[in-house]
Ligand binder design. Structure first.
Ligand SMILES: C[S@@+](CC[C@H](N)C(=O)[O-])C[C@H]1O[C@@H](n2cnc3c(N)ncnc32)[C@H](O)[C@@H]1O
Length: 222
């Protein structure tokens, strides 16, 4: 199934699902937003996999004079962004895959991705990091929050036990649904691989904050 259709189906209770199933979801968003560059440095923002706008709303409020480009593969998510930001003239919406995006070099001061890049297989992540580097202006910032772990690693089994304990506190059915979704649509990669790909793309001054080791907020400077 197309990833956009997967999120069309999740759309109605998306935020509640994220809070119940993703440890530190709100804390990662808050940390990401609190570490965004000063508004005087940001005129053009790209968000990859904006979803229903939980992060976009905070960024739009911070950068009132900036121009935004919000990308998502789900028609329902894009429609909800258009409704949420109906009175904002400074936002452009792109219904497309991140892998198919193409922007001119140096288009953005800031590029954000929150819990979207784990849907890309490793090779697509690596090429997306190169594109993000190209799209950023010199000294621009790339900031993202996501799950960083290799599904094939030994630590993955122990990680799943901890994740399950978090999820089943609320509802056992959630865990079954989540593991089916995780098997089909989620392709997280280890921190060391992502760091290598970011460095190869040209990024420097990487700053990493981890929550429970695998839930990560990362900032990379061009
Ligand atoms: C888990 S949600 C995260 C949404 C939002 N950033 C947040 O933090 O709440 C992932 C979002 O990324 C979008 N997405 C996943 N893979 C994508 C891809 N390859 N290209 C474009 N959008 C994608 C989905 O449609 C969904 O809206």
């Amino acid at each position: 199934m197309d990833i956009g259709l997967v999120f069309d189906e999740m759309f109605s209770d998306y935020s509640e699902k994220m809070e119940r199933m993703v440890p530190h979801y709100r804390a990662l968003i808050e940390r990401m937003v609190s570490h965004l560059p000063h508004s005087s440095q940001v005129r053009n923002v790209l968000e990859l996999g904006a979803g229903n706008g939980n992060v976009s709303a905070l960024a739009v409020a911070k950068y009132r004079n900036a121009y935004f480009q919000l990308v998502d593969a789900s028609e329902k998510m894009i429609e909800s962004l258009q409704t949420t930001f109906a009175d904002q003239m400074n936002i452009v919406y792109d219904l497309c895959l991140i892998q198919d995006c193409d922007f001119p070099e140096h288009s953005f001061d800031l590029i954000i991705a929150c819990f979207s890049l784990h849907h890309l297989p490793g090779s697509d992540k690596e090429s997306t990091f190169k594109s993000i580097y190209k799209w950023l202006r010199p000294s621009g910032q790339f900031t993202y929050a996501d799950l960083f772990i290799d599904k094939e690693s030994e630590e993955h089994r122990i990680f799943l036990e901890g994740w399950k304990a978090f999820v089943v506190k609320e509802d056992h059915n959630d865990w079954e649904w989540l593991m089916d979704h995780y098997a089909k649509f989620d392709f997280p990669n280890a921190e060391k691989d992502q760091i290598e790909w970011l460095r190869k793309a040209g990024f420097q001054n990487l700053s990493i904050k981890k929550f429970d080791q695998y839930w990560v907020h990362l900032i990379a400077q061009k």
